[in-house]
Design a binder for this molecule. Structure first.
Ligand code: SF4
Ligand code: SF4
Length: 188
């Protein structure tokens, strides 16, 4: 059972999510296969199928405060299980983007900060660069000494490289970021 506050922002949110994700939300038949396979569905207050239903019913910006958005691990199980071919993971991505653009008030913990640090390194280096990402994340949290004891082992095991490795196609990556920023400025 959930409450939908019917507001004008609902229509615009649904339109924006469909445009960003490329998903036609109207074809969802609420079979809930996406939710039954979601590894974090049981931990969050809402499931993927519920978010889709709420969008179908023109929920407004309150939908952007769902904890599932920031617990989702982008595993794409939901998309793989959907009998209607809906890319549910792309809908989750689109909702996260809109939560940031519209500054949703209840983002969970430091996940948005981590997300931002990760994306910034991809934008600069064309792929993720762990050291820069960790530095940006720690600057944001102010907790500089957290987990530092793991650092030598991770370097030794090759899980973190000290130098960045640039993507061969940084131009394409930069173009994607530019397009995303243009969409953001256009409010979609
Ligand atoms: S699996 Fe697909 S059709 Fe079924 S509820 Fe989820 S999004 Fe809708
Ligand atoms: S992509 Fe996100 S919403 Fe979909 S199954 Fe994985 S964790 Fe759940």
């Amino acid at each position: 059972m959930f409450t939908i506050k019917k507001t004008k922002s609902g229509d615009k949110l649904k339109e924006a999510i469909e445009k960003i994700s490329g998903v036609d939300l109207s074809v969802c038949l609420q079979c809930r296969k996406c939710s039954s396979g979601c590894p974090v569905g049981k931990l969050a207050k809402s499931r993927p199928s519920e978010l889709i239903r709420r969008l179908q019913l023109n929920a407004g910006n309150e939908l952007l405060e769902s904890d599932l958005l920031w617990m989702c691990v982008s595993c794409e199980t939901c998309s793989a299980r959907c009998p209607m071919g809906i890319d549910v993971a792309a809908v989750m991505d689109a909702l996260r983007k809109m939560a940031l653009v519209r500054r949703a008030s209840k983002q969970q913990g430091n996940v948005p900060l981590f997300n931002k640090a990760f994306l910034k390194t991809v934008e600069i280096f064309g792929r993720t660069y762990e050291i820069a990402m960790i530095a940006a994340y720690k600057l944001g949290t102010g907790k500089f000494m957290n987990d530092t004891e793991k650092f030598p082992t991770m370097v030794k095991k090759g899980k973190i490289s000290l130098l960045p490795s640039f993507s061969g196609d940084r131009k394409t990556v930069k173009r994607i970021f530019k397009k995303t920023k243009n969409n953001k400025e256009a409010g979609i």
